[in-house]
Design a protein around this ligand. Structure first.
Ligand code: PDD
Length: 288
């Protein structure tokens, strides 16, 4: 398959020739924001929520909207031309441009932003995840979807080095989210997930799943913090993200999730929510 096209600052290039300035503030300071928007069967999913979050991230770090909505749409359409009927993830990022010389202070607001977008295939989800818990070493504005992801990459790398899939980040004894996922647990017959706030990223998958669950009355949703000990005693745990949908967690810190016969396997609530969520992704299919 040919490498994906790259949109870069108004031009189209291929992966090998796409080049940014060494003065780009994304490269120098991680000074930018991004989105990952899934497309299922070639159709963008949760687009409005992703674009809303992009606008919010830009606003929070003081970068002006670089493109109008129809300009973004034209870029997405072109990126997805090679993905008709297939699953893909559109990646876009906006940085504060490439002013010279390097200076921590922000450049003149008229400085052209750095805008990049590309696409990649989304693979099949694995059957379940194994995870470790880790101290959350990130900053105090995790609600902004910034490209400055060093602590997230360090956490994920630690998980990989321990032979597992994801790091669950814990702050002051409370479960916040995964390194690139939000976390849900089934505890006492309720679906519990940390409330949104500066401590975590408000995931679009999280939001769509909560809205769907409430709309269909599938299970009571409780947006409140989960302690690590409550997580260890949870009946079911799963992670969510745009590229992983609902990803059951089978094992945490080497211990199976859940009790009894079903321990270490995707639980009934997780499976039911997943079934409904798959229908939300591809509305033409009705669940059995
Ligand atoms: N990550 N929390 C963090 C820290 C994330 O980076 C992500 C997404 C999520 C889930 O958000 P959403 O449901 O909107 O994808 C939660 C993306 C996929 C990434 O960085 O590749």
């Amino acid at each position: 398959m040919s490498p994906p096209p790259v949109y870069l600052n108004g031009d189209w290039c291929d992966t090998a020739s796409a080049q940014v300035s060494v003065f780009d503030r994304g490269y120098l300071f991680g000074d930018g924001v991004y989105e990952v928007i899934p497309a299922f069967g070639g159709r963008l999913f949760g687009l409005e929520a992703h674009m809303e979050r992009l606008s919010r991230s830009l606003r929070e770090i003081g970068i002006a909207e670089p493109l109008a909505r129809d300009e973004w749409q034209a870029i997405f359409d072109r990126l997805l031309e090679g993905y008709v009927g297939r699953d893909a993830a559109v990646y876009l990022q906006v940085t504060r441009g490439a002013p010279v010389p390097r200076d921590h202070a922000w450049p003149d607001p008229a400085t052209a932003p750095g805008v990049m977008a590309t696409v990649s295939p989304i693979g099949r989800r694995s059957e379940g995840a194994r995870a470790i818990t880790m101290p959350d070493q990130r900053w105090a504005r995790c609600d902004i979807k910034t490209i400055n992801l060093l602590p997230n990459t360090m956490a994920r790398q630690k998980a990989v080095e321990q032979g597992v899939d994801e790091a669950i980040l814990v702050r002051d004894g409370l479960v916040i989210e995964g390194s690139a996922t939000n976390l849900f647990a089934v505890i006492g017959g309720r679906l519990v997930t940390a409330p949104t706030g500066p401590q975590m990223l408000a995931g679009v998958t999280r939001r769509l799943l909560i809205e769907m669950t409430r709309r269909k009355g599938l299970i009571e949703v409780d947006e409140s913090f989960i302690t690590v000990s409550a997580l260890r005693g949870a009946d079911e745990v799963f992670l969510t993200s745009s590229t992983k949908d609902i990803w059951p967690v089978l094992e945490i810190d080497g211990e199976p999730v859940g009790q009894g016969e079903g321990a270490g396997r995707p639980g009934p609530v997780t499976c039911r929510l997943d079934e409904h969520f798959q229908q939300l992704k591809t509305p033409q299919r009705r669940p059995a």
